[in-house]
Write a protein that binds this ligand. Structure first.
Ligand code: SAH
Ligand code: SF4
Length: 392
């Protein structure tokens, strides 16, 4: 425990603390270890420390909300903690089943998180993520961002177009979950049959989670920590474009989360075009680390495949993909290309999408077609583009 409180040079919190967005140099409350929370509250009775830890476990780092603390203490905390994000806008779609929240960060940057509700029985919208395994309990899934923008430059992706603006800090990632958890507690907003708490978290918003590994890993620890948010790791999905060294680091965390790998093409020739990072980490290298991941964690990997008409959805692409993944008995999540301003690509007709899925299944894979939600409010996962600077 040689982690230092300011600008610490400890394990994974390290880079995160130094790249402070917004108020530079302030502590990120979610990377503090227990002793550090206590030190922050030096001179306060032990139950105050417990109270603050309780708030942090719920994802609340805004002293103004910690109403069980005396005013003077809240003020003291406000001076050392980073300025919390504030909600700029909240819109809904799909008859109240999809919510998008726009958050303003301290430096004027804006980010979004999305709540996808899947009611207990007879969901009005079929959703493939759940496949045939849908339990009757209902789910409330939060889709979160880890970066403002993204440096990976995938030509079909709205986020990728503008490049990376900055990394998000841990407290900014966690705030996205906390704000949605708040929405779910509100009976007036919560659709029938939907849980009153967050049941699933997917890292499929803006940015490449494994290009901000410190914040992603710290968020995973907080999400799954028994005395933290305490969500089952099985209900957490991290989606990556395929940053091989960081997948290996993720593997070493030994958390039974679901890894989703954005494949999008069955050959290097095509993937080089759709996923520029493939030129650095080509398919053979990526699939080798995926195999290692499966062997080590005993968790299946989901492969994501955005279906772009005339680009990667011909019959021969399906056969090549089947050859590549069939022996791995993998699951493929087919995502119809979401129309994006400035990008001419569209999804193939539904019949062609189904035929593509059938060829994969014939090769021994399970394939599902994702029903895009919230497209009318630009809230589909992987569709968050932050030209919301103007909104702020
Ligand atoms: N950077 C990570 C996670 C965010 S994107 C990744 O790429 O995996 C989440 C998913 O949405 C990815 O599979 C991504 O390929 C997909 N996506 C991005 N743009 C899309 C679009 N226009 N239509 C459909 N899916 C898209
Ligand atoms: Fe970044 Fe993922 Fe979009 Fe590629 S698909 S640009 S990795 S957010």
């Amino acid at each position: 425990g040689e982690r230092q409180r300011a600008g610490g040079r400890g394990a994974d919190g390290e880079g995160e603390r130094q790249r402070a967005g917004g108020r530079g140099g302030r502590l990120d409350p979610f990377t503090l270890v227990d002793d550090e929370v206590a030190a922050l509250l030096a001179g306060e009775p032990a139950y105050r420390v417990r109270q603050v830890r309780g708030w942090l476990a719920r994802g609340v780092a805004d002293p103004a909300v910690m109403t069980d603390l005396p005013k003077a203490l809240r003020e003291r905390l406000r001076e050392v903690l980073p300025t919390p994000p504030t909600t700029l806008r909240h819109v809904t779609a799909d008859g109240g089943l999809t919510h998008k929240v726009l958050l303003a960060l301290a430096d004027g940057e804006a980010i979004e998180s999305v709540l996808l509700c899947y009611p207990r029985d007879g969901a009005p919208l079929s959703n493939s993520e759940a496949g045939g395994r849908r339990k009757s309990r209902g789910r409330a899934t939060v889709c979160i961002s880890t970066q403002a923008g993204c440096a990976m430059g995938c030509p079909f992706c709205a986020t990728g177009q503008a490049g990376l603006r900055r990394q998000l800090r841990v407290h900014e990632v966690i705030a996205q979950i906390a704000v949605v958890a708040d929405l779910l507690r509100d009976e007036a907003l919560r659709p029938d049959g939907v849980p009153d708490h967050v049941t699933n978290v997917v890292f499929m918003g803006m940015g490449e989670p494994l290009a901000n590994p410190d914040a992603t890993f710290a968020t995973l620890r907080w999400l799954t920590g028994a005395d933290q948010f305490n969500l089952s790791a099985r209900n957490v999905t991290v989606s990556t474009i395929g940053l091989v060294p960081a997948i290996r680091r993720l593997m070493r965390l030994e958390l039974p989360i679901t890894l989703a790998v954005s494949l999008h093409a069955p050959t290097d020739q095509l993937r080089d075009q759709l996923v520029p990072i493939n030129r650095t980490h080509p398919l053979a290298e990526l699939l080798a680390v995926c195999d290692e991941y499966v062997a080590t964690t005993r968790r299946r990997i989901t492969f994501e495949y955005v279906m772009i008409d005339g680009v990667n959805t011909a019959v021969h692409h399906a056969r090549q993909l089947g050859d590549l993944l069939g022996p791995r008995r993998a699951h493929v999540n087919l995502i119809p290309m979401n129309p994006t301003p400035g990008i001419a690509w569209v999804a193939p007709p539904v019949g062609a999408q189904r035929r593509f899925a059938q060829i994969l299944e014939a090769a021994g894979l399970t394939a599902t077609i994702r029903h895009n939600r919230g497209t009318d409010i630009d809230a589909a996962c992987g569709q968050l583009d932050a030209n919301y600077q103007m909104a702020s």
